[in-house]
Design a binder for this molecule. Structure first.
Ligand SMILES: [Fe+2]
Length: 148
């Protein structure tokens, strides 16, 4: 799996967790799916920031997209943090998750439609494979820290 495929797979997992959250009213299920979502968002954003963004800076015309990426990850983090302090028994929990969903899905779409194609265009197959390996290593590292 190359680097971009690895990231797209994360995006699919994020989308499916949002679907799970949308499809349940059970507080325990809401909490479980949200915990998973929070972890994967942290791991994925860290991997992008540590590996993809620094590499992608060398690609032409995408500095702005990367700066935007950092800002959106920060905003996403803050939104996740805010939801962590709300009980899944409160109706506010689902409202805030819905806001996060709207925001995050548009971030994922932007990356897939604008950033990823440009990265793919400017890297050869070998480089994309290397990116995949680095991303997997970084994700494993961060996962350790997040889950500990
Ligand atoms: Fe992403």
């Amino acid at each position: 799996m190359d680097g971009i495929e690895t990231l797209e797979k994360d995006h699919d997992r994020i989308r499916s967790l949002f679907c799970e959250l949308e499809g349940t009213a059970d507080p325990q299920k809401l909490q479980d799916s949200f915990d998973k979502l929070g972890n994967i968002l942290t791991i994925h954003a860290e991997a992008e920031e540590q590996v993809l963004y620094p590499e992608a800076r060398n690609c032409e015309g995408i500095t702005e997209l990367i700066d935007q990426g950092y800002q959106e990850h920060d905003k996403g983090d803050q939104m996740v943090l805010a939801i962590k302090s709300i009980s899944p028994n409160e109706s506010e929990f689902k409202e805030k998750v819905r806001e996060l969903q709207e925001f995050m899905l548009s971030h994922l779409d932007e990356e897939e439609n604008e950033l990823f194609p440009r990265v793919r265009q400017s890297m050869n197959d070998k480089k994309l494979e290397q990116l995949g390996t680095q991303l997997k290593e970084t994700k494993a590292d961060v996962a350790h820290k997040v889950i500990d």
